[in-house]
Design a protein. Sequence first.
Length: 209
Amino acid sequence: MEKTERMPVVPLEAGAGPDNPPCPACGEPLFGWIDSRAGLAGPVSRCESCGLGVVGGLGSAEEALRELDRRGSERGVTIVNRGSFSAWIGGAGWAGLERGSRYLFTVEAVRRLVAGRDQVVRSVRWRPGTGIATMWQTILNGFTFGRNGALGALGRASPVPAPKPWQRRLDALIDVVVAIPALLIAVPLELSAAALRRGGATSLRLELL
Ligand SMILES: [Zn+2]
């Protein structure tokens, strides 16, 4: 007797639902990426199509564009790239997960967002200083209880200190001891990432259509 099995049919929109709200940039469903942690407004989700990261609840294209505009002018913006190699290796320790951030941009997410107001991304340029700093701090975050302490001490980030005083004392020591070795690793890593167009920070020039 022949046995027939029916293959389960999964509808294309199965990914969308209350737990997977649409991406503000491209409309594809968002998926969980990182659980909520100190310094963040909520768990972080990401779009697997354009790469946009959203911290906390449902977002909107208007709100994302406002945040984007705060990072530059009508003609161009600089983003810390969620599609970067440092974000990939860092995960929850990625230095781009800054205190209070709401949207974590990628080049493609910006392209989709500004298309909604008839703009195009005319050029994309790697920012070596910010890219290396982000990679360096991401590596340091792998050794410390708190996050972004070194860039915080340099006035380039808002640090998220460890909860306990002894952890903070240890973090301060670790930052000093590991700073130079981490930099020696961060520079070649970020240079390789940039060569593969996955640098940690990017300047985008925008133009009206
Ligand atoms: Zn998207």
